[in-house]
Design a protein around this ligand. Sequence first.
Ligand SMILES: [Zn+2]
Length: 608
Amino acid sequence: MNRFFILLFCATYIFSCSSSKPVKNANASSIPNSTYWQQHVDYKMEIDMDVDTYQYNGKQTLVYTNNSPDVLNKVFYHLYFNAFQPGSEMDVRSRTIPDPDGRVGDRINKLKPNEIGYIKVNSLKQNGKTLEHKTVGTVLEVELAKPIQPGESVTFSMLFDAQVPIQIRRSGRNNSEGVALSMSQWYPKLAEYDFEGWHTDPYIGREFHGVWGDFDVKLTLDKNYTVGGTGYLQNPNNIGHGYETGALNRSETDKLTWHFIAPNVHDFTWAADPEYIHDTYQVPNGPLLHFLYKSTMPAEKLENWKNLQPKAVKLMQFYSANIGNYPYKQYSIIQGGDGGMEYGMCTLILGEGDFDGLFGVTAHEMAHSWFQFLLATNELTNYWMDEGFTEYFGELAGAHIFNTSFEKPTKQIYDVYNYYVNSGTEQPQTTHADRFNFNRSSSISAYYKGYIFLNQLAYVIGKDNQKETIKAYFDTWSFKHPTPNDFIRVAEKVSGLELDWYLNDWTRTINTIDYAVKTVDNQSFTLERIGLMPMPIDLTVTYTDGSTEDFYIPLQMMRGEKPTSSTIIKDWAWAYPTYTHKTSKAIKSVEIDPTQMMADIDRANNKK
Ligand SMILES: [Zn+2]
């Protein structure tokens, strides 16, 4: 999702050189690690939607391959639409958290029976054998007829009925922008089982983790509706609606069946509306972009959507060049009518904002195609990884495309982090996305502190190493489920520096960084570490003769230095609270980290 809403409400609150340096591995390994495995799903679904009652029924055939070393006796599915019922965990949490999301509030509690969401599983079979299953809130618990052995594939066949809720968040019908159907997390979705075991998190309104696989989906609905979403349309000339590649050959029936295939994704999302305009725009040597937005918007909003199209091409090119090549043939930007959220090969976004807002949300959500979609981190436990990295690249891309400052929004983000630290409400970034005391805390932790993690990494290991780390991370971990440790190991291999302390202090604790200039004498200066978190130090000394000299103090526990043109002086071992250095000339002033990339919580003492 995107952080614009939080910007709004925030505004109202408002290291001698080590002798045993590790050998730098110029070609960071493309092997994730020797024990990595991931489960696999192949879905076939046939869905029949009644656009008048918003009810649909589905037939799902799921081939599940157990690549784990474990025997599985149970499986679990997510039934996300069940969250949109009075009394659900999402409803109760939204009414009891001190700072509820204004878009949810008590709206779930007020839904009438014909407005709620549900997925009812009518039958489920494993290799033809009927299974016992129990629906518990948003999770389906399934006892298997026969355990699934390591390496074995089984087929689950399911029949289900469902109702699309009035849109509360992300998914649903008839939202405030009038989009008829925004269909995300709409099907019985097998829960992920990985090295941490089952991930059967109830849906309380935030974040996802899914199984990689292939989807074959047939959607049957009113012929007047235009559909956009995940997957390549297999029968464009039977459909039209802007997808046709030759002469149309449509049946005369009231409904059309759209046949999509999506290879190697971990989610399938779609949206449909009878008033969608459907434009396409080709990225040179890249995917075909699809834009679906309501024709009934005022003229200036429609113009925003036209102006967005060449900019979206530039975004796709920027991310492909700076993270890794976008691997699918298609990406769709769809007016979903609520916030913005990332999905496979597409995004659903708000459509009626001003141009800056429309571009900003597109930049953010498209960057999620890399961070969360291709690099499929578990958003529930590592919310900061996809949101922080996405926000960082969204800002970088915007600054590149419009030739604007990257430092300015970055400074705002550091300021919000400082506000968060001073608020006394900070929780470690390892906190489960649903388990923050405040919505505000979860957002700042994920978007802002996650952003700083990546920006500050360039300070710690050098800008070129940070850039190379991102690309090596993509090469090593795309189409997989990387963890924070996997990311930092790539950074270690690229930089040749030890970085476990950086991941640990920044993400698993609420330790803060505060370094100070303690004293400046004629030809020496003394620095002081006040905060608990270690950092290497860049500093600039201005001499009385007017000249300046940049120094670099390596952090001893990094066992090396970043590439730098500064004068490298002796290491600073973390436990020593002070550090003194003698200079060859008389000193006028000393400043720690003039670039302000280090998230020092008290900058007032950085200069003397
Ligand atoms: Zn996001």
